[in-house]
Design a binder for this molecule. Structure first.
Ligand code: SAH
Length: 355
């Protein structure tokens, strides 16, 4: 079996080239630079095109290392320009990723698992059974494939930001997430800074300190309710990790990473959009640096929630701002092609039907 290059961070690729390909030590740094630049900055499609290295080495690399095993098999374009890609992995599983163009940036939303083990009641991905954690290469390849599609191989990055807000819970796939982020951040390669990457979690409290120490990007918490009772009703994961635990961990995160936490809050009509909720939310925000993103609820077939009316979202937002905290209303993108937050879903079925 060939080694997938996108599974190896810089150091691991270096030792692979030395020990398995037999590149001599004095040429190793040069070869590494040639390969990393060609793959991650120029979008090299195959080693046969890497003409800066000798032919016999090119051959050996082709025989032993694969570059990208995933494929885009479908593309859907929203009327707002958002692109949703269906990506087929080498094992036949499929995941979705989304590219969201904006005036000053282009954001890719990537998946971290096939399916999801959580069952957040408002999220369509939650109706899909967890099949597996994505490998590092399956995560990184989503970015590589979209960059390829958009011909994004110059210094002016079209894909300027990466958010782990697709299918799956990234912090449940910690090991591969860490490798993937090392690759994404590597200055010799894709070169995405800490402030260009956001990891979003439903609140896997016991993984947050590790993320602070070893990931270091922006962190978003899918909060969605300001008290345990309500949060438990809409997000079963809250039975395991309470808001108090989360606050403690987020204090640690912000002490290490020194950036505010983004609190994601999807506005569900009559559920979490009352003034009492806003009041509780503000109390929570007082405990660690944070900003709240109010998200319009995106509907999907079979869901029981309705979106809060715009004027009530604005009222909720103003309440938070008047208390001196930062609140933004996030416009929904791509919902006509089910590409918006919480609408991604591929094929695996949950045993029990969603209600
Ligand atoms: N599991 C991680 C990563 C997914 S991020 C997490 O929960 O953070 C996807 C974001 O979209 C989360 O904030 C999620 O709560 C939100 N979301 C889910 N369903 C939604 C819906 N129907 N409308 C709007 N946002 C939704």
């Amino acid at each position: 079996m060939k080694q997938n290059l996108l599974d190896l961070n810089y150091e691991d690729l270096k030792s692979f080239l030395e020990n398995r390909i037999g590149i001599e030590e004095k040429k190793l740094n040069m070869r590494m630079q040639q390969i990393f630049t060609a793959v991650y900055q120029k979008g090299l499609s195959g080693f046969e095109n890497l003409t800066t290295i000798p032919l016999d080495l090119r051959k050996k690399l082709s025989e032993n290392i694969s570059l990208n095993e995933s494929k885009i098999v479908e593309t859907h374009e929203s009327t707002d320009g958002t692109l949703k890609f269906l990506v087929k992995l080498s094992d036949g599983n499929k995941v979705e990723c989304v590219f969201i163009p904006e005036k000053t940036r282009g954001t890719i939303c990537v998946s971290s698992q096939v399916g999801c083990s959580l069952t957040c009641t408002f999220c369509r991905s939650g109706t899909q059974r967890l099949v597996k954690n994505l490998t590092a290469s399956e995560i990184v390849s989503q970015i590589m494939l979209v960059k390829n599609k958009l011909k994004d191989w110059t210094d002016q990055k079209i894909v300027s930001n990466i958010v782990f807000m697709g299918q799956g819970e990234p912090l449940i796939n910690m090991k591969n997430l860490k490798t993937a982020i090392q690759i994404l951040k590597d200055k010799r390669g894709l070169n995405y800074g800490n402030k260009k990457i956001t990891v979003s979690t439903s609140g896997i409290a016991n993984k947050i300190s590790e993320a602070a120490d070893e990931i270091g990007t922006y962190l978003a918490l899918s909060l969605h309710a300001p008290n345990d009772k309500l949060r438990e009703e809409i997000m079963p994961i809250n039975k395991k990790f309470k808001i108090k635990d989360l606050i403690q961990q987020l204090k640690y995160y912000t002490s290490i990473v020194k950036e505010p936490i983004f609190l994601e809050y999807v506005m569900l009509k009559g559920v979490n959009d009352t003034e009492e909720c806003a009041k509780q939310l503000v109390k929570l925000m007082a405990q660690f640096p944070s900003k709240v993103n109010l998200i319009e609820f995106n509907s999907w077939p079979g869901v029981k929630f309705e979106p809060t009316e715009r004027k009530n979202i604005e009222k909720f937002s103003k309440y938070i701002q008047d208390k001196g905290y930062m609140s933004f209303i996030r416009r929904s993108r791509g919902d006509d092609v089910l590409a918006a937050c919480g609408q991604l879903r591929t094929e695996s079925e949950k045993k029990s039907k969603p209600n």
